[in-house]
Design a protein around this ligand. Structure first.
Ligand SMILES: *Cc1c(COP(=O)(O)O)cnc(C)c1O
Length: 444
């Protein structure tokens, strides 16, 4: 057996020098000296966003006022942005709209899916999702279960195959999964699971919050039924930027969605007292959209258009895997003996664009919690920004997580070196034990 060679800072610098995507970083405003590994929570600011904000607020709103709905085409911004986003998720240009939040869009598509299920397979009364799915997805499902008389079954990922066998699947209406898990970064095989679900008559809803702009997605190719996702993470749309919703053309015209507002009407400006849904995905719009936020998202999507010439999502994926591989290897090389575990799969096909490290319960400063929160706070104080996600507490299968997102558009290989060097300092020095790093804030 050969001894693994130590990775050096010079190696990382050499990887940056060879990186064909390195020029894309210049499209982002990143504060000097900061290493930003939280693009999976809030993407960095495209430099163009500031000028775009000035244009939309100063010119379009300021000068054009109401006329801008036509003159600046505000009216079809949800569709135009949907068309620009579509190639990143393997959707047709007229199959996606950018609108509302992920939570709201999930409400719409889950409601539509349950309607279809109820008419086609009335005995199927269960929604299956994962216990570690992002909670808002589960909360929305819980509300719809109450309203429409369904049940929510929460499972662990390894229980999924059993639920796709005929006996259990007979009771399942909808399989609602997040493609890349927000806690662990584990990625599902969308095509295989969708095919297995369809073989049993189940409908699938995919949440792409941690996938869009992070990993290649092929909704059409995988035969999926419904998808939602946010634009403020890897798509760099800005804080609270509107989300997207995609419905397979097989289903788009079959039902009203439950939030039948005037923007989803076939002819909103006829002010007809009777609702008539627009055809296709436009019926998934509800009311007047946040034009300023929508406008800024275009700057994030424009960077992906630039990336197209450098190899697009395939090249971004290759770099993302190289970054996460490097991070894992460096943590193992530099931070051994500090009780860090790896929650993210090593298998490339099962990994999104983040790495999650765990700490066991009782490893915290007071011997109580895991210490993960304090370690992240100490790291942030040193200019390396990741985040912390709480586990289920002692006795739970879900440990506390130190989460590091790697956005290949603007994170470099030497950034990874620096981040791990700082993590090592925090751990070796025991600095994270200081009380100031152990005070929990509202947003972790
Ligand atoms: C980030 C995220 C959300 C956020 O939903 P909002 O309605 O935009 O707040 C939902 N689901 C998943 C899986 C997420 O990762």
């Amino acid at each position: 057996m050969s001894t693994p060679t130590r990775i050096t800072q010079a190696d990382c610098r050499a990887l940056d020098a060879q990186d064909p995507l390195a020029p894309l970083r210049a499209h982002f405003h990143l504060p000097e000296g900061l290493i930003y590994l939280d693009g999976n929570s809030l993407g960095a600011q495209p430099k163009a966003a500031l000028a775009r904000a000035q244009q939309v607020v100063g010119q379009e709103w300021g000068q054009q006022l109401i006329r801008a709905w036509n003159s600046a085409s505000w009216i079809d911004l949800p569709q135009r942005l949907g068309a620009q986003l579509a190639p990143l998720i393997g959707a047709g240009a007229d199959e996606v709209v950018v609108t509302d939040t992920t939570s709201i869009n999930l409400y719409k598509v889950l409601h539509a899916a349950l309607h279809i299920a109820r008419s086609e397979r009335p005995q199927a009364r269960t929604i299956v999702s994962e216990r570690s799915n992002f909670p808002t997805d589960l909360y929305i499902a819980q509300s719809l279960c109450q309203q429409l008389g369904f049940e929510l079954a929460l499972i662990e990922p390894d229980e999924l195959p059993a639920w796709l066998q005929p006996e259990r699947a007979a009771s399942v209406a909808v399989l609602m999964l997040t493609h890349v898990n927000y806690r662990t970064g584990a990625m599902h095989d969308m095509a295989a699971i969708t095919a297995a679900a369809h073989a049993q008559g189940l409908l699938t809803i995919w949440d792409l919050c941690h996938s869009a702009g992070a990993v290649p997605v092929d909704l059409s190719g995988s035969g999926a039924d419904f998808a939602v996702g946010c634009s403020y993470k890897y798509l760099n749309g800005g804080p609270g930027a509107p989300a997207f919703v995609w419905v397979s053309p097989r289903h788009a015209d079959r039902f009203w969605q439950p939030l039948s507002g005037w923007f989803g009407h076939a002819a909103p400006f006829q002010f007809d007292p009777q609702y008539r849904p627009a055809s296709g995905i436009a019926r998934y719009l509800c009311g007047t959209q946040p034009i300023v936020s929508l406008s800024l998202l275009q700057c994030g999507l424009d960077v992906f258009d630039q990336a197209q010439a450098l190899g697009g999502m395939a090249a971004l994926r290759k770099k993302s895997l190289a970054l996460t591989d490097l991070f894992i290897a460096l943590v193992e090389q530099e931070c051994a003996g500090h009780d860090l575990g790896l929650a993210t799969p090593r298998e490339h096909a099962q990994r999104g664009s983040q790495v999650s490290l765990t700490r066991p319960w009782g490893a915290g400063a007071d011997g109580q919690d895991s210490g993960a929160y304090a370690i992240m706070q100490a790291l942030i104080a040193r200019g390396v920004i990741g985040d912390f996600r709480a586990g289920g507490g002692p006795g739970s299968a879900h440990l506390d997580i130190l989460r590091f997102g790697f956005t290949p558009l603007y994170v470099g290989f030497e950034d990874v070196w620096q981040a791990v060097a700082q993590l090592r300092e925090v751990l070796d020095s025991g600095q994270w034990r200081q009380p100031r790093f152990n005070q929990r804030q509202a947003v972790t």
